[in-house]
Write a protein of this length. Sequence first.
Length: 279
Amino acid sequence: MIIYNLSNKDKALFDQNGYIVINKFINNNLIQKIKNRFEPIFKGEFATGIEPDEWNWKEGCDPNDRTRQICNAWKCDNIIKEIVCHQTIGKICATLMGWNGTRLIQDNLLWKIPGSKSLGFHQDAAYDDWLIPQTMATCWISLDTATKKSGTLEYVKGSHKWGFSLPKGEFHAPKDYRKYLNEYAEKNNKIIDIEYVEIPAGGAAFHHGMTWHGSGINITKDDRRAVVSHCIPSNAKFHPTNIGGTARIYKKYKKYESDELDENFFPIIWTKQGYSSKI
């Protein structure tokens, strides 16, 4: 069970910086419940029998020093679905962004084992030009205490006001994980002010889809795991022509002669009217 009441201070900080951190978001029992699902899921043991949409690390196929990532694990595991589709996440995202309701567009399981390399700086919403409107909010729940040394989230303060930059370069284990951030800032005369947000186990960060962020190498002896909900407005639709970003993965779910998002694949998790998808 997740219960959190967003304060006026939270909203003001989000508007100013493009992110907020909530130190206590889920309890220890739920943390352990989710942690217990990581190893079997990454081994391909899917409780529902359905594969995730993206499986970006496979044992024996990918380097051990790569940050392990699975996208849309909610489809293959009901425990993950319970957390990433929780109405509290939907309500907070909608309140922060000014939406009437919230859909889940994608989840992430992220696992930085000791020695895992960086993830490149990026804007989440920049990958979704196949949606109208092209906007997003992300809930990033830490399952282990995330520190600078373990490769926690790094946010660029106020960068949600900079505008979009097209995704480019390596996302997984780039040689310079800040390269494209630095190039964008120099080209557009932006000042980079980075905060390493240290998040205790069970804490969460919420960030705007246009906030630049990335993460460094895990130089500790501890795992750094997180479960992530990427959310969009409940009234979002497919863009009729754009096919950039992650469209190659998700446009397969487009209905024939319709731009409506199918709730079986993009569930509504909260609305002001009290509606949510039955999934």
